[in-house]
Structures are given as structure tokens and as C-alpha cells.
Design a protein around this ligand. Structure first.
Ligand SMILES: Cc1cc2nc3c(=O)[nH]c(=O)nc-3n(C[C@H](O)[C@H](O)[C@H](O)COP(=O)(O)O)c2cc1C
Length: 194
């Protein structure tokens, strides 16, 4: 049987009632279900914040997206057109990432509150980057898509910096946010050979 006709088959009897027994459904809102997301430290201009909602969008040119809540000071800075950097740090810097994710840059000097991380100037864009990052994307704003409570900012990656030898799959331990106050780190690496 080819794939198309397999998809055209009707669901077996009782399929939909079984679905209702197995799953709970939400009428509205969002549910992340403890699905881990690597937390990045984003600097919008000079202002740092933690961001778990981010993803690659395009290879060439390399575009990378971040979702920023409108209530955040960084959103105002984005609206002003500021460049930004996306900094990937290892799990050991989680404490500082929680500080970046708790305070607002127009109310607190976050760089003074951090225990271990310091800013350095990015090379190609007008923003700070983090000295201890394993991987950094320097971004200029390419698109700004406004939604109800967040905006999606797509950055064109102008430069990439990484620490040689530190990004090996077996070595790197990222801070994986699982929603609410839960975090985990990747403890084992499995190799999948194609
Ligand atoms: C683990 C973690 C993940 C977060 N992810 C996001 C995110 O994806 N987008 C966002 O706008 N805020 C996110 N936040 C919240 C901001 O980092 C937080 O509101 C911060 O204080 C904003 O700083 P600012 O007002 O200086 O911009 C996250 C916070 C934490 C702790």
C-alpha cells in the first residue's frame, strides 16, 4: 500500500472516543508540558534577559528568531531597533540566567547583580555579548512580527563565535528549562547513525 492511500484510510472504530480517554484537552491558553527548552541569554543592545522561546529559521542567510514579551524592557529596546546577541551558556551559569530572567533592565543594573558573567562588546553589531558564552550569534533585526503579548523578532546572524572544543556533544551541558521553576541538563548523549 502506498503512503497516500494509507493516509486516506478512515480511523478505526472507537478512535475518537479512545482519543478522549487518553488525552486531556485545553480550550485556551498554552501548555508547555515540561518539554525542555535550552535557555539562552539574549542581550538587546546592552540589556540582558533570559529567553527560552527561540529557534533557527533559515540557513542562508542564517536567520534566528526570539519571542519577546511586550511587558519586558527588552521589547521597548527591540522597538527602538536595537541589535541583539544570542548567547548560549552552560548549565553552570544558570544562577546568572535566573537573575537575567527575573529583573527588568530599566529598574535594575543586572550586570552588577550577576555573580559570574560579564559583558564584552560584540564585533559586528551594536550590542553586548557574554564573556563566558560557548556560542554567540550576533544579530541585526530582519523582521519584527507583533502578536498579542509577544513579538517574534527574527535576526540576521552577522557573526558567530564559539569556543573551540567546548561544544562537543559529550561535553556540553545546557540549562534546559522545563517550565515553571524546573530545569534539567542533558546527561547522556546517544549517537544516531544515518
Ligand atoms: C528560564 C526563563 C526563560 C524565559 N524565557 C523568556 C522568553 O522566551 N521570552 C521573554 O520575553 N521572556 C522570557 N523570560 C522572562 C524574561 O527573561 C524576564 O521577564 C526578564 O526580567 C526581562 O528582562 P528585561 O525587562 O530587562 O527585558 C524567561 C525567564 C526565565 C527565567
Amino acid at each position: 500500500m502506498d503512503r497516500l492511500s494509507a493516509h486516506a484510510l478512515p480511523p478505526p472504530d472507537g478512535y475518537f472516543s479512545a482519543h478522549q480517554e487518553i488525552f486531556k484537552s485545553l480550550e485556551e491558553g498554552y501548555f508547555l508540558g515540561y518539554v525542555p527548552r535550552n535557555v539562552a541569554l539574549v542581550c538587546v543592545g546592552e540589556n540582558p534577559l533570559s529567553v527560552a522561546w527561540h529557534m533557527p529559521i533559515n540557513k542562508k542567510p542564517f536567520l534566528y528568531g526570539i519571542a519577546i514579551a511586550k511587558e519586558n524592557y527588552s521589547h521597548t529596546l527591540i522597538e527602538e531597533g536595537k541589535d541583539f546577541t544570542i548567547n548560549f551558556l552552560s548549565f553552570e551559569f544558570l544562577e546568572d540566567m535566573l537573575i537575567a530572567g527575573k529583573y527588568h533592565g530599566n529598574q535594575h543594573e543586572k550586570w552588577k547583580l550577576f555573580k559570574r558573567i560579564k559583558p564584552i562588546k560584540a564585533l559586528k553589531v551594536n550590542a553586548y555579548m557574554v564573556d563566558t558564552a560557548l556560542l554567540v550569534y550576533e544579530c541585526k533585526q530582519e523582521r519584527f512580527l507583533e502578536f498579542e503579548d509577544h513579538s517574534l523578532i527574527i535576526g540576521k546572524v552577522e557573526a558567530i563565535h564559539y569556543r573551540k572544543g567546548k561544544l562537543k556533544p559529550h561535553k556540553v551541558k545546557y540549562p534546559l528549562h522545563m517550565g515553571k521553576g524546573y530545569f534539567s541538563k542533558n546527561s547522556r548523549v546517544y549517537i544516531y547513525k544515518r
